[in-house]
Each structure stands twice: as C-alpha cells, then as structure tokens.
Design a protein around this ligand. Structure first.
Ligand code: PML
Length: 249
C-alpha cells in the first residue's frame, strides 16, 4: 500500500508527499482483512489525509526463503544526543565510516521522508540507490505462523506487542539476510513515533528510544552496504524475492 498527497498545485506524478506505506506476504484467505487494514491505515495516518492510495495485490508463485528473525533489544536512551552517540559507536564497530554514518543520519532526519530506503556504501559514504525519490522498497516479507505466536508472546512480555514493532522486525530480518547489507538504520516517519532502530546480523534488532523529536515529520530507512555490493542484485532480493522470517527454536 502506498498513500501520498500531491504537493501544492503540482501534478501528483511530478511531486507528491509520502503519507504512509505497508507491505506484506499473506495467504489468499487473509487478503480481504489485510486490504481493509491497509486502507484504514492509509486514511488515518498522523502524517495527514492522502489524496492518492495505491494498493497492489500480486500472486507470488515462488516458495519463500526462510530467514532467521532477528533478536530484539531496547537500549536505554534518553535523548537524541544519546541516540546519535549510540549510532556512531555501533556503526563504527560494524565498520561503517564516519562519513557514511553522517550521511545516513542526515537522510533519515532530513525534512523529506522517502518512500523507500536509501543505499549508502559503508566506506565511501556514496549514495547508490538508482531512484533517489523512490528508494528501494522492501517487499514480499512475512513471518511464519508459529514464529508469529512466539514473537507475540515475547513482545507482550516486553510490553511492545504492536503491529508496528512486528512488521519492522520482519522487514529488518529480511534486510539483514541480504548479502552485502552491513546494517539498517530506521526512523519512523510517524511524527509521534520517536523510537527507531539499528539492525544487523551481528547486533540483532536494537530499538532506540528518542531517536527523533516528538512531532517531527522526518523519517526513513538507510541500508549501509559493502563497498563492492551489487546494487541490482540486492534490489532484486529486497523487492522481489519472497522471504519468511522464523524464530530459531
Ligand atoms: C515504521 O515502519 O514506521 C518504522 C517503525 C519503527 C519501529 C521501531 C520499534 O518500535 O521497534
């Protein structure tokens, strides 16, 4: 689902403001319910009322690849300053250069929320996604039924059992499983949702409270990728290959 609003007097095709988006991989009997859910999300998002909603349903014939669901952890963080320090330290440990980190943070905290994710080379900091306005849209990811129950139980214990957290964890698990991805940084584009995350195979899914100011319209996703990673292959995997995340046990 993609909801947007045309900016001023410009045509929607020329300039539009991203309102909300959602993706998933579902059984055919779940489609009606999901469509209702996506529509209701599109028209009740805190970023505003869209004037264009596109919901696409595609049959997936390829058997989904199984990947591990990342373990979740919430760090203690009380301010944006602390969040930034944490990001710099952890991304540096993962081998991401200062230049790339600065660029990534600039993108997710900039005034223009992107529809998809930006790809940044971890060393040089060069931004390489082919379409800078659209970015790479991670799609065709879901969570295996038993794992869904395990995850709900765990998140309930931690007081964070919401569809926002579950969907973000599932998406992050697909991204982390992509060859060439070092880490993902995400800031929600919901002005009232101030917890973001940093995710990687090595760190897991690390939630960072106070990553942005309450009320800020900024947000987005950045994937830090290897210097030599093949962008076309990664984009094909992230957008097209069906993946189911599952818990280890
Ligand atoms: C989004 O999809 O809008 C981003 C959600 C970030 C969730 C962070 C969390 O609470 O774990």
């Amino acid at each position: 689902m993609r909801a947007s609003r045309s900016a001023g007097r410009q045509k929607a095709s020329q300039q539009s403001r991203h309102i909300s988006g959602a993706e998933g991989l579902y059984e055919s009997h779940e489609i009606q319910k999901i469509l209702k859910d996506y529509l209701s999300r599109a028209i009740s998002h805190p970023r505003g009322m869209p004037d264009n909603i596109v919901i696409t349903v595609e049959k997936v014939t390829q058997k989904p690849i199984k990947v591990s669901l990342l373990p979740v952890l919430t760090i203690q963080c009380n301010s944006r300053r602390e969040a930034r320090k944490f990001l710099q330290a952890f991304l540096s440990d993962l081998g991401v250069s200062e230049k790339a980190v600065r660029k990534g943070i600039r993108i997710v905290t900039g005034s223009k929320a992107m529809r998809g994710a930006s790809l940044i080379r971890s060393g040089s900091g060069v931004r390489v996604e082919p379409d800078k306005a659209r970015g790479v849209r991670v799609s065709r990811f879901g969570i295996e039924k038993i794992s869904q129950k395990d995850l709900s139980r765990e998140l309930t214990r931690k007081g964070i059992n919401t569809s926002t957290v579950k969907e973000a964890m599932t998406l992050a698990s697909k991204v982390a499983s992509c060859e060439g991805v070092t880490a993902e940084l995400c800031v929600s584009d919901d002005p009232h949702y101030t917890t973001g995350y940093l995710a990687s195979r090595k760190l897991g899914y690390v939630r960072i409270p106070h990553i942005k100011r309450e009320g800020s319209m900024c947000g987005g996703r950045v994937f830090f990728i290897d210097e030599k990673a093949e962008v076309d292959r990664m984009t094909e995997y992230l957008e097209k290959i069906p993946v189911f995340a599952e818990t280890e046990n």
